[in-house]
Write a protein that binds this ligand. Sequence first.
Ligand code: MN3
Length: 204
Amino acid sequence: MFELPDLPYAYDALEPTLSAATLHLHHDKHHARYVAVVNELQPGTGASLERIVLEASANGQRKLANNAGQVWNHSFFWASMTSAFRAPSGRLFDAIQRDFGSLAALGGEFKDAGAGHFGSGWVWLVAKEGAVAVVTTHDGDTLLAESGVVPLLVCDVWEHAYYLDHRNDRAAFLDGWWARLANWAFAERQFAAALGDGAAWRFG
Ligand code: MN3
């Protein structure tokens, strides 16, 4: 059985970009529901969440793959945000400069990808073979099956992530998210793992 992980901060820690009301709804209702569905479909096998996502996807078990993927993506999303924003530094900052020219240019690409993503999904900053890149995924899809890809940050662009605070203005949500919530300390640890230094995040 999987448990819904607690948020790594208080419900009001991400205000005003994301309100306590949004985090209660998003974590306590949406994320909790995905966990409950996985537990209904896959009770007590002892398999890791990562393995369940990969096997369910490979076997065409779409409901299990989608819900398990959403459990993983949301847990990674909570880790991708912080109330103590600072800019990226070190090797990750150097790679961003090399691959995008500037942090602002990367921000533009990330926000455009998220705002332009049609329908529900996720916008990711990833490391792929040492380079930094922006990718999007649809619905409950994950990047777990992408060989050589280590996610650094993710932002949820499903409407439930921002509608209470930003109504239909996904771009405004992404602006605030990029400027105030992105957890670069976490992204730096993920980038180090991508370079072989330490382990990448896994579902706890
Ligand atoms: Mn969500």
